[in-house]
Design a protein around this ligand. Sequence first.
Ligand code: ADP
Length: 346
Amino acid sequence: MIALGSFLLSCLVLLTLIIVQTVAKSPFSIFTLLLVPLITGSISFALFWFIVERFINKKIKIIYRIISNKKITDDNPREFKITEDVLGKLTEDTVYFAEKQSSQIKELKEQAEFRKEFLGNLAHELKTPVFSIQGYILTLLEGGLEDEKVNRDFLERALNGVDRISNLLEDLDEISRFEFEQQTLKIKKIDIVALAKSTFKELEQKAAQKNIRFQFAKSYDSIFVKADEGKIHQVLVNLINNSIAYGNEGGMTTVRFHDLDMEKSKDGKGKILVEVADDGLGIEEKHLPRLFERFYRVDKSRARNIGGSGLGLAIVKHIVEAHGETIKVRSTEGVGSTFSFTLERT
Ligand code: ADP
């Protein structure tokens, strides 16, 4: 466009020179006739080029200032050359910025939703024990304290409520330390088979109340892994506790170990998969993707009564991931559930 304009201007100058030459009857040299239009054309070309480029960039900078939150001077190649497809590039960038903005908005909305849900859940979790403690204390104050038949019982029930709140706070504290990355793992060589055996022992009595038995899938020798013993113990306690809480009367909890990397495991390296399986209630498939979220419960009222703080699996996931490993769940409603996580062999 600019080239065409400059060419036309050169022609115009040439025409003017020819007219002037004819009217004044004083011929210009061929040199003048060629050079003057050429110089005029070149100057106008350069001038127009400069003006148009400045104009486009000025306008476009305004647009970029509106759509981008980055400082324009830092922004990738946002000085336009008029030789390029300015509008095409601008459209491309606008679409890119619009998509970026909309994904940011979506993320912020999800975070806001998550915060709301979290606060609601937390309030609900605290409300139940606080109201029950309040009820017992009021009854004691209104005369129950003097009644030998109820005073001890009510105090014990109030204490249960306090224990529940304290467990909840401890679990929340644990999660927030993981989320703020303030947890440092004490990684050392541990025997995961021995750890599972001692966890079985600890929870034996609890399981016996529901006639649930513990077993290993087969007899295992020691398997040494690199892990934080206290934290992995907590993972096993939470998973085995759940297998009891959501297990059937007279059921079975099975712990299994698999070598994942057969080649490497021959010389004692590679991954080991630890599985905790039960033949209990099982979980409907639609719940599985959200199971490890804080306070997520399949059957809310039931789980609140038989389960813990609702944070057990969230803590388990944090611990496993802090080890750089993964945890998965397989489950079929009415058949049972299997939670499996990996650990690194030493
Ligand atoms: P809770 O304190 O409610 O047990 P968790 O985070 O440990 O919290 O578990 C979250 C939910 O996952 C439970 O409420 C329960 O619905 C479900 N769940 C966990 N483990 C099992 C299991 N072994 N069998 C069936 N459902 C389970």
